[in-house]
Design a protein around this ligand. Structure first.
Ligand code: HEM
Length: 495
C-alpha cells in the first residue's frame, strides 16, 4: 500500500516548493530567504563523513552467533554460557589500503570485524582474514600504512614504497607471503576465513586466565581469484564482494563461519618455555601444538536496510571486551586499544556509541554526559557524578579481572626482534612448503608480478634485500622469484 506522506523540512514543516527556488521575477535572481534551498544544499554538503583511514571500502550484514560446544571451562562470558544460545551480531568485511570507492578485488588483506550484542555489553572482535600481521609494534603501523597508500609526490600506489618497507622489516614476511598467495585475492567475502589474529585471554568462573586465538572457518569453503581473474573482475565489477554478499543474503543463502579457538594456559604463555613468543602477531600457534577447539557458528542472515546508517557508521574497537574475555600483552593489540575509539571520536564524534548500530541494546549506565550529538536522554535528571547518595549505582566486584603477572619490573624500549624473537623465516617457509604445486606457482608468479613494479635508483638494493628474505624462508621460493625477476644471484654482492 502506498503511504501518503507530506514532504517536510528537517524541522517538520510541510512545504511545496521542492524543485523551484524563490526568485525575483521568473528570470531574476534568487532570494536569500528561501530557507528550503539552503537546507537542501547545506545538508547535501555535509553528507560525507571522513572515510576510515584504513579499511575504507567495506560491506556488512547482521547475523547470529550460536553456541554449539561448551567452553565454559575457559570463559564465563555470557555469550558462551550454554549450548544453543544465540547472540545477535554484526560483521563488516573490508579491504585495507584502498579508498571508499576502490575495487573489492584488490590484492590486500581483508578486514573481518565483528560486534556481538551481549548482555554484558558489546564485544568487538576486529580481525582480518589472516592469522598474522605485517609488524609487531604499534609504533610501526602509520609508517607501514603510508607505504600501502599513495606516494606523496605521484599520488599513485607505489610498489617501490611497499617493497622498500617490507624488505627493511623482515618481520612482515609471513603476512606478505599470505598476501601474495591467492588468499590475497579472495572470491568475495563469503569464501574466506576470519581470524582474531591477536592472542586474547579468557577468564573462567573461578577468575582463572587462559590465552586464546579465535578462528572463523568459512563453511562456504575457501575460494580465491587468481591474479588475472581478480584483475578481470576489477574491470568488470568494482563492487563484486558487496554484490555477492547482499545478493546471497537476499536470496536466503546465508553465509556461515565455524568459530574455533586455540587455548594456551597462562602458566605456559608466561613461562617463556615455548619456542615462540605467544604474543607475537607475526607468528601462528601451530595447530599440532594447540589444536582447534569447536565453539559455535556465525550466520549472516540480514542485510542492513540502510548502508550508511549501519555499516558506514559502525564503529568497532578491540578495546570493547566483555566479562570473561580479556586483552593480552600483544603489543599490537595494546596499541589498537587506544587507536580505534580515538578514530571513532574523530570520524563519528564523541557520542559514537549512541548511534543505534553501535549502541548496547542492554544497559549502559555511567556518568558521561553532554558532547556533540547526545541523543540518548543524557542521563535525564540523574546525578552526573560518582559516588552519590541518590541513584543506587553499585560496583559489582564479580566483574574484576585477575591481576596480570609481568616478566620484568623495568620499563624500556625493548627490541621486538631480539635474539630468540628474530626468526621471521621458518613459519613462512613452512607455509610455502604445505602449499599445493599450483598454489606455489601462483604465489611465485604473484610475487614476481608485484616486485616487477619496483623502480628507481634503489631498485637493485630493494630487490636484493627482499630476495634474501625469500631465500631464507625457502631456497626454491627465492630461486624461482630471482629467476622470474631476471636477477642472477651469483652475480650480486651479498648484503
Ligand atoms: C597497531 C596496529 C593497528 C592500528 C593502529 C590500527 C588502526 C586502525 C584504524 C585507525 C582503523 C579505522 C577505524 C575506523 O575509522 O573505524 C582500523 C580499521 C580496521 N582495522 Fe586496524 N589497526 C591496526 C592493526 C590491525 C590488525 C592487526 C587488524 C586485524 C587483526 C586490524 C583490523 C582492522 C579492521 C578489520 C578494521 C576495519 C573495521 C571496520 O570494519 O570498521 N587492524 N584500524
Amino acid at each position: 500500500m502506498k503511504l501518503h506522506k507530506k514532504l517536510t523540512t528537517a524541522s517538520g514543516r510541510p512545504y511545496v516548493e521542492n524543485e523551484n527556488s524563490q526568485s525575483v521575477g521568473s528570470r531574476g535572481p534568487l532570494l536569500l530567504q528561501d530557507y528550503i534551498l539552503h537546507e537542501k544544499m547545506a545538508h547535501f554538503n555535509r553528507e560525507r563523513i571522513p572515510e576510515r583511514v584504513v579499511h575504507a571500502k567495506g560491506s556488512g550484514a547482521f547475523g547470529t552467533f550460536t553456541v554449539t560446544h561448551d567452553i565454559t571451562k575457559y570463559t564465563k562470558a555470557k555469550i558462551f554460557s550454554e549450548i544453543g544460545k544465540e547472540t545477535k551480531m554484526l560483521l563488516r568485511f573490508s579491504t585495507v589500503g584502498g579508498e571508499k570507492g576502490s575495487a573489492d578485488t584488490e590484492r590486500d588483506p581483508r578486514g573481518f570485524a565483528m560486534k556481538f550484542y551481549t548482555e554484558d555489553g558489546n564485544w568487538d572482535l576486529v580481525g582480518n582474514n589472516t592469522p598474522v600481521f605485517f609488524v609487531k609494534d604499534p609504533k610501526k603501523f602509520d609508517d607501514f600504512i603510508h607505504t600501502q597508500k599513495r606516494d606523496p609526490h605521484t599520488n599513485l600506489k607505489s610498489p617501490t614504497m611497499m617493497w622498500d618497507y617490507w624488505s627493511l622489516n623482515p618481520e612482515s614476511l609471513h603476512q606478505v607471503l599470505i598476501l601474495m598467495s591467492d588468499r590475497g585475492t579472495p572470491y568475495g567475502y563469503r569464501h574466506m576465513n576470519g581470524y582474531g589474529s591477536h592472542t586474547y585471554s579468557m577468564i573462567d568462573a573461578a577468575n582463572r586466565r587462559t590465552y586464546v586465538k579465535f578462528h572463523f572457518k568459512t563453511a562456504q569453503g575457501i575460494r580465491n581469484f587468481t591474479n588475472e581473474e581478480a584483475a578481470q573482475m576489477k574491470a568488470h565489477d568494482m563492487d563484486f564482494a558487496q554484490r555477492d554478499l547482499i545478493e546471497n543474503i537476499d536470496a536466503g543463502n546465508f553465509p556461515k563461519w565455524d568459530l574455533k579457538i586455540q587455548v594456551m594456559s597462562e602458566e605456559e604463555a608466561l613461562s617463556q618455555d615455548y619456542y615462540l613468543n605467544p604474543f607475537d602477531l607475526t607468528k601462528v600457534w601451530p595447530h599440532g601444538d594447540y589444536p582447534l577447539i569447536d565453539v559455535g557458528v556465525v550466520e549472516l542472515n540480514q542485510n542492513p536496510h540502510n548502508y550508511f546508517q549501519d555499516i558506514e557508521q559502525a564503529a568497532f574497537a578491540p578495546a570493547h571486551i566483555v566479562d570473561g574475555i580479556g586483552y593480552s600483552p600483544d603489543k599490537m593489540l595494546q596499541g589498537r586499544l587506544l587507536s580505534y575509539p580515538d578514530a571513532h571520536r574523530y570520524r563519528l564524534g564523541t557520542n559514537y556509541e549512541q548511534i543505534p548500530v553501535n549502541r548496547c541494546p542492554f544497559a549502559t549506565n555511567n556518568y558521561q554526559r553532554d558532547g556533540q550529538m547526545r541523543v540518548d536522554g543524557n542521563g535525564g535528571e540523574n546525578p552526573n557524578y560518582f559516588p552519590n547518595s541518590f541513584d543506587g549505582m553499585e560496583i559489582d566486584s564479580a566483574y574484576q579481572e585477575p591481576p596480570l603477572p609481568i616478566d620484568s619490573p623495568y620499563a624500556d624500549w625493548y627490541d621486538r626482534n631480539c635474539e630468540g624473537e628474530n626468526d621471521h623465516f621458518t613459519q613462512p617457509g613452512n607455509l610455502f612448503k604445505i602449499m599445493t604445486p599450483e598454489q606455489q606457482l601462483n604465489t611465485i608468479n604473484n610475487i614476481i608480478g608485484a616486485m616487477s613494479g619496483i623502480e628507481g635508483p634503489k631498485k637493485a638494493e630493494i630487490v636484493n634485500r627482499q630476495l634474501s628474505h625469500w631465500y631464507r624462508a625457502d631456497g626454491r621460493l627465492g630461486a624461482a622469484i630471482a629467476d622470474g625477476l631476471g636477477v642472477d644471484v651469483d652475480m650480486e654482492e651479498p648484503e
